[in-house]
Design a protein around this ligand. Structure first.
Ligand SMILES: Cc1cc2nc3c(=O)[nH]c(=O)nc-3n(C[C@H](O)[C@H](O)[C@H](O)COP(=O)(O)OP(=O)(O)OC[C@H]3O[C@@H](n4cnc5c(N)ncnc54)[C@H](O)[C@@H]3O)c2cc1C
Ligand SMILES: *[C@@H]1O[C@H](CO)[C@@H](O)[C@H](O)[C@H]1NC(C)=O
Ligand SMILES: *[C@@H]1O[C@H](CO)[C@@H](O)[C@H](O)[C@H]1NC(C)=O
Ligand SMILES: *[C@@H]1O[C@H](CO)[C@@H](O)[C@H](O)[C@H]1NC(C)=O
Ligand SMILES: *[C@@H]1O[C@H](CO)[C@@H](O)[C@H](O)[C@H]1NC(C)=O
Ligand SMILES: *[C@@H]1O[C@H](CO)[C@@H](O)[C@H](O)[C@H]1NC(C)=O
Ligand SMILES: *[C@@H]1O[C@H](CO)[C@@H](O)[C@H](O)[C@H]1NC(C)=O
Ligand SMILES: *[C@@H]1O[C@H](CO)[C@@H](O)[C@H](O)[C@H]1NC(C)=O
Ligand SMILES: *[C@@H]1O[C@H](CO)[C@@H](O)[C@H](O)[C@H]1NC(C)=O
Length: 479
C-alpha cells in the first residue's frame, strides 16, 4: 500500500523526513504520504524527523507521518496551501512545551519552526526581531551583551512562539505587562498562504493574535519592544514544611507592597513522597529593595540568591523533561491566607494520593503574584478578556510516568483548580468569571472560561480570515 502510494505521487525522499515504516503503516496513510510527497517536491531543505516531532514532555509527543522544517515564509505558504487543499491534519511546533496532547503534535504532518532562528536588535526603533523557532533562553543569551531585553519566559526551553501567542507572563510583567503588551508586530503566513505583516493598524488580526494562538495562521517572526537590562538579583530557595506559616505571612505582606521590579513565584511541591516549598526570587536591579525582607528572614534548607545576569538565571532553571506532564490554571485575584492554605492542602492531599499510584509523581502548585496594574500596559486582546483588574494565573503542574494514569491525572488537575476556585469565591474574591490563562488551561476547559466575552468576536474573526478552516486541521483551542 505504502509503496503503491509512493509510486503514484511524484516525490523526492531527500527533502523530507518520514516516520519509521511501522509508523506509516499504522494509519490510513495513503493520503498522508501523498501530502508528504507534495510538500517535499515544493520545498528546499532537509529535516530531522526525530528532532522535529520531539516535545518537552512524553505525553505531548506523537509519531507523525512526516515532518518538515520550512526555511522561509514562502516555504510555509506552499505547505499551508498543500495541507489546506488536501485537508491533511498537521501541527506547528515552536518550543514544543505545550502539555496538551495534539496542540503542537500530530499523527499527520509535523511542522517544526526551528529554522526561524534569528534575533536582530534594531536600536533605532527600540525593537528586537525574533524568529518563531527560538526559545527564550536562546534569545536572552543573544541579547545579554546588547544591554536590552524583551519581556518573555521565566524557565529555559520555553518557546517564544507559544508563550507569545498565548499571552506571556514574565519576571518583567509587573513593570511592562504581558509579552503580548510588548509586541510591535508579527510576520504571519495567513491560512490561505498569503504572507503578511500585522501591526496595531490591523484591527481584527492584532486583537486575535494576542492570545489567540494558532487560529489565524503561522507566525514566522515577532517584533518586540525592547527595554534596558542591567544585572539582576535572583535565585531559588527551598523551605521545609515547618516554615509554611512564615512563608504565608511573607507572601501576604509582599502583595501589599508595590515594587514592580520585584517578582516571586511560591511553589508548594510534593515530589518523591516529600513535601517542600520552593520560592523563585527576582529583582530587576543588582540589589533588591526591602520588599523581600520578610521572606529572607526565613530559614531555608537549600538554594541561593544573589546578583547575577538575566540569561544565566533563566538558563539555571529547568523543567523536568521527558515525564508525562499536564498543566492547569487556577485564576485568583489575590493569594490571601485562605487561598494559600488551599494550595498547600491540595498539594499534600493530591500529592500523597497520586504518589501511591505512581511513585514518580511531582505535583507543583505555583502562586504567582503580580502588580495590580498587570493588565494596564496593553490594549484589548483575545486574552485576557477583562483588563480592568489583575488576575493571577497560578500554574498547576503535574508530572508522572505511567501512561495508563493520564485520565486520573487530568481529573486531579481539574479537581484542584475547581477546589481553589471555590476557596477564592468563599474568600470573597470576584473570580466567578476570572479567565484561565490559555497557556495553562488543561484540555477540555470551555473556551468561555479562557476567552470570556471575546469568544463571539474571535469566532467571527476566524471565519473571515480562514473561511476554509485550514487552521482547524491543527489542534489547540479552536474558535
Ligand atoms: C516548564 C514550563 C514553564 C513555563 N513558564 C511560563 C512562563 O513563565 N510564562 C508563561 O506565560 N507561560 C509559561 N509556560 C507556558 C508556556 O507559555 C506554554 O507551554 C507555551 O505554549 C509554550 O510555547 P512553545 O512554543 O514552547 O510551545 P509549542 O508546544 O511549540 O506551541 C504551543 C502552541 O502554540 C502554537 N504555535 C507554536 N508556534 C506557532 C507559530 N509559529 N505560529 C502559530 N502557532 C504556533 C502551537 O501550534 C501550539 O498550539 C511554561 C510552560 C512550561 C512547560
Ligand atoms: C482511508 O481513507 C480513505 C479516504 O480518506 C477512505 O476512503 C478509506 O476507507 C480509508 N481506509 C481505511 C482502511 O480506513
Ligand atoms: C540557525 O540555524 C542554522 C541551521 O539551520 C545554523 O547554521 C545557524 O547557526 C543558526 N543561527 C543561530 C543564530 O542560531
Ligand atoms: C485538606 O482539607 C480537607 C478539607 O478541609 C481536610 O479534610 C484535610 O485534612 C486537609 N488535608 C491536608 C493534608 O491538610
Ligand atoms: C519511575 O521512573 C523510573 C525511572 O525513570 C522508571 O524506571 C519507573 O518505571 C517509573 N515508575 C513508574 C511507576 O512508572
Ligand atoms: C500503571 O497503572 C496501571 C493502572 O493503574 C496499573 O495497572 C499498572 O500496574 C501501572 N504500571 C506500573 C509500571 O506501575
Ligand atoms: C474533588 O474530589 C473530591 C474527592 O476526591 C470530591 O469530594 C470533590 O467534590 C471534588 N471537588 C470538585 C470541586 O470537583
Ligand atoms: C468582577 O469580574 C468581572 C469579570 O471578571 C467584571 O466584569 C466585574 O466588573 C467585576 N466586578 C467587580 C465588582 O469588580
Ligand atoms: C488570503 O486571505 C486574506 C485575509 O482574509 C485576504 O485578504 C487575501 O485576499 C487572501 N488571498 C488569496 C489569494 O485568496
Amino acid at each position: 500500500m505504502a509503496l503503491a502510494t509512493l509510486l503514484l505521487c511524484a516525490f523526492s525522499l531527500t527533502l523530507l523526513s518520514y516516520g519509521r515504516p511501522e509508523v506509516l503503516e499504522n494509519r490510513n496513510s495513503s493520503d498522508l504520504l501523498c501530502t508528504c510527497n507534495k510538500i517535499a517536491v515544493a520545498l528546499s531543505g532537509a529535516s530531522q524527523y526525530v528532532f522535529d516531532i520531539e516535545h518537552a514532555f512524553s505525553s505531548s509527543t506523537e509519531a507523525s507521518a512526516c515532518s518538515v522544517e520550512p526555511g522561509s515564509a514562502e516555504d510555509l505558504s506552499k505547505i499551508l496551501r498543500i495541507l489546506g487543499s488536501t485537508r491533511t491534519p498537521f501541527a506547528v511546533k515552536g518550543g514544543g512545551h505545550a502539555t496538551n496532547p495534539g496542540f503542537s503534535s500530530t499523527t499527520g504532518v509535523q511542522i517544526s519552526m526551528s529554522r526561524f532562528n534569528e534575533t536582530n536588535v534594531n536600536s533605532k526603533s527600540g525593537t528586537v526581531e525574533v524568529g518563531a523557532g527560538l526559545t527564550w533562553d536562546q534569545v536572552y543569551v543573544t541579547l545579554e551583551p546588547t544591554g536590552v531585553n524583551v519581556v518573555g519566559g521565566r524557565i529555559s526551553g520555553i518557546g517564544v512562539s507559544g508563550l507569545t501567542l498565548g499571552g506571556g507572563y514574565s519576571y518583567l510583567s509587573s513593570q511592562y505587562g504581558l509579552t503580548i503588551d510588548n509586541v510591535a508586530g508579527y510576520e504571519l503566513v495567513l491560512p490561505n498562504g498569503t504572507v503578511t505583516s500585522v501591526t496595531s493598524n490591523d484591527n481584527d488580526l492584532w486583537f486575535g493574535l494576542r492570545g489567540g494562538l494558532n487560529n489565524f495562521g503561522i507566525v514566522t517572526k515577532f517584533i518586540f519592544q525592547s527595554h534596558p537590562q542591567g544585572d539582576i538579583w535572583a535565585g531559588i530557595l527551598l523551605y521545609a514544611e515547618d516554615q509554611l506559616h512564615a512563608i504565608k505571612k511573607a507572601l501576604v505582606s509582599f502583595q501589599r507592597k508595590s515594587d514592580t521590579k520585584a517578582s516571586v513565584m511560591v511553589s508548594p511541591t510534593y515530589s518523591l513522597n516529600q513535601f517542600f516549598i520552593s520560592v523563585i526570587y527576582f529583582y530587576d536591579a543588582p540589589t533588591p529593595s526591602e520588599v523581600f525582607d520578610d521572606f529572607l528572614a526565613i530559614p531555608t534548607i537549600e538554594g541561593s540568591v544573589s546578583r547575577t545576569i538575566f540569561s544565566d538565571f533563566v538558563q539555571s532553571l529547568n523543567s523536568q523533561p521527558g515525564l508525562r506532564t499536564f498543566y492547569n490554571g487556577a485564576p485568583v485575584t489575590q493569594y490571601s491566607p485562605a487561598v494559600f492554605d488551599a494550595f498547600v492542602n491540595q498539594t499534600k492531599l493530591w500529592g500523597a494520593r497520586l504518589s501511591a499510584l505512581d511513585k514518580n509523581v511531582t505535583l507543583t502548585l505555583s502562586l504567582e503574584p503580580f502588580d495590580k496594574g498587570l493588565f494596564s500596559h496593553g490594549s484589548a486582546s483575545a486574552y485576557p478578556p477583562d483588563r480592568s483588574h489583575a488576575v493571577l494565573p497560578s500554574s498547576l503542574t503535574l508530572q508522572w510516568s505511567n501512561a495508563s494514569l493520564d485520565e486520573t491525572m487530568a481529573y486531579a488537575l481539574r479537581n484542584i483548580s475547581d477546589t481553589i476556585h471555590a476557596t477564592a469565591l468563599a474568600d470573597g474574591q470576584n473570580v466567578s468569571h476570572a479567565a484561565v490563562y490559555v497557556n495553562y488551561a488543561l484540555f477540555g476547559t470551555p473556551l468561555e472560561n479562557i476567552y470570556g466575552g471575546n469568544v463571539e468576536r474571535l469566532r467571527k474573526i476566524r471565519a473571515g480570515i480562514d473561511p476554509e478552516d485550514v487552521m482547524g486541521l491543527a489542534g489547540g483551542w479552536k474558535f
